[in-house]
Structures are given as structure tokens and as C-alpha cells.
Ligand binder design. Structure first.
Ligand code: SAM
Length: 253
């Protein structure tokens, strides 16, 4: 999987779409379908350690989320962890969307493909009980980031656990989650079926669980994924488009 990281990072957005409302009026964005944004163009750029991708080589990042006082310190490790070792813009967009749209106090949240864990940390700092998950090899850095931002075994710290899409999720079904969230996890077409299967398995005992996914628009991949979601879930809605980062947020249940 890590091998796909370099190819993935060669994709660079050159222009943005036409829907100008950004994420400031979340629910009003449903009409703003990604299909309208066919003026988007993408290009391959040379892969370089200190050029356009230099942000991935910052070992520590401080991230502020609009409206939240706490600052989040993220330790990054692109060299060893690849895509799971850096913070993606979709994580910031999803964090802001969650904060603006929902009250998370005492809600339960499960994050899939958490990477460095920004979304889970934001949810926890807003009062949610959070479990952040990823592939096994991503967990040590994920745990380090939780310890960095919720020191001294803080009771509010997200719990870190392994969850590989397509695998058995029964241990997560004991207590249904109010929200299942994921930032920038729609990127590898080969994982789409297992991700949809996992989302379906995780929600089969609870009609109240809301799935919220953010994704940078890359070619038609998001459309392919959304149509797979529509095959399994009764409601799949585009609820936000952030033009600055060319990122969309979908809700599904
Ligand atoms: C592009 S990164 C996004 C990380 C983080 N959510 C963010 O936005 O900063 C994609 C994440 O999905 C995880 N992932 C990829 N395939 C997975 C799978 N089959 N099961 C679980 N996690 C997976 C990767 O390890 C990585 O952390």
C-alpha cells in the first residue's frame, strides 16, 4: 500500500471549480454537485523533497481549526509512514465541518484511516468519546500524536485501535457509534469495495449512525466511490464543498 504513496502525491491541483460558497453554509451545498466542476484540471508535477511537497517533510505541524481555541501539534513522518504519516487538507476541512455542524459533546465517534489523527483529536476536544483507527503499521505514530495532544493519560484522549477495511469489525459493534468519520480515505480504487463493506458492516445494527467523509476531488474517483455508497445506503448527500482546497464532504446513512 505504501508504494502507492508516491504516485498519489504526483497529482497536483491546478485550478478550482466554480461553486464559490466554500464550506461556510454546509447544508446548503447539496445542490453543488461535483459533476459541475469539470473545469478542474490536474497535472503531474515532478516529485521533489523540497519543492511543492515540502510540507510533508515538516516533522512537526501546528494546526488551528477555525472556532476552536486548542491548537493541535501533529508529528509527521512521511519517510516511514507514507500517506498515513502526514496531515491532509481534507482532515482540516472535515474538522471544521464537524465543529460548525454538530454538537459532539458526549457523542461517540469512530475515525477510519485516521493517519496522524487530526479529525479524531478535534472531535475529542469537542467532547466526543473517540476511537481512531488505521492499519497496524500506522498506529505507533497515531498513538504518539494522541499522547502529544492529550498528555498524562488524559481521560478525553482518543482510543487508538487497528481497523483494516474489509476485515472483521465485530468488536466495534458492541456500542454503536453516533458518527463514523474519515478524511481523505477515498483514494485507492482497489480499496473502495472493502471500505464500503466496512462502512456497511459498522452500521448494520444502528440506523442512527451518520457516516461523514471528506475527500479532495481527484479525477472521477470520488464519483465512483459515491455510486458504490449509493448502492448500499439509502441517503448519500454532498453537504459541503470547500473551493479553496477543492474538497468535498459527504454524509451518508
Ligand atoms: C490519505 S491518508 C489520510 C489520513 C488522514 N485521515 C488525514 O486526512 O490526514 C489515508 C489513510 O487511510 C489509511 N488506509 C489506507 N488503506 C486502508 C485500509 N485498507 N484499511 C485501513 N486504513 C487504510 C492509510 O493508512 C492512511 O492513514
Amino acid at each position: 500500500m505504501w508504494h502507492c504513496a508516491t504516485l498519489f502525491l504526483l497529482i497536483c491541483k491546478m485550478t478550482t471549480g466554480a461553486c464559490e460558497q466554500g464550506c461556510n453554509s454546509p447544508k446548503k451545498q447539496a445542490h453543488c454537485d461535483s459533476e459541475q466542476h469539470n473545469c478542474q484540471q490536474y497535472a503531474l508535477v515532478p516529485y521533489t523533497n523540497n519543492g511543492i511537497l515540502s510540507e510533508f517533510y515538516e516533522t512537526n505541524k501546528t494546526i488551528s481549526i477555525r472556532g476552536i481555541e486548542k491548537k493541535f501539534t501533529i508529528k509527521q513522518n512521511w519517510q516511514d509512514n507514507g500517506v498515513a504519516g502526514v496531515v491532509w487538507e481534507a482532515a482540516t476541512v472535515l474538522s471544521e465541518y464537524l465543529h460548525k455542524t454538530y454538537s459532539l459533546q458526549n457523542k461517540t465517534v469512530l475515525e477510519l484511516g485516521a493517519g496522524t489523527g487530526l479529525v479524531g483529536m478535534v472531535a475529542a476536544s469537542l467532547g466526543a468519546k473517540v476511537t481512531v483507527t488505521d492499519l497496524k503499521k500506522a498506529l505507533p505514530l497515531l498513538q504518539e500524536n494522541m499522547d502529544l495532544n492529550f498528555p498524562n493519560n488524559s481521560a478525553t484522549a482518543p482510543h487508538v485501535d487497528e481497523l483494516q477495511w474489509g476485515e472483521d469489525v465485530r468488536k466495534y459493534l458492541k456500542f454503536p457509534f453516533d458518527f463514523i468519520v474519515g478524511a481523505d480515505i477515498i483514494y485507492l480504487e482497489s480499496s473502495f469495495d472493502s471500505l464500503v463493506e466496512t462502512l456497511s458492516d459498522l452500521t448494520k445494527n444502528s440506523i442512527n449512525t451518520k457516516i461523514i467523509l471528506s475527500s479532495k476531488l481527484r479525477y472521477d474517483r470520488v464519483k465512483v466511490f459515491v455510486s458504490k455508497l449509493q448502492d448500499r445506503f439509502s441517503s448519500v448527500q454532498l453537504v459541503c464543498k470547500d473551493n479553496k482546497t477543492n474538497t468535498v464532504v459527504y454524509e451518508c446513512n
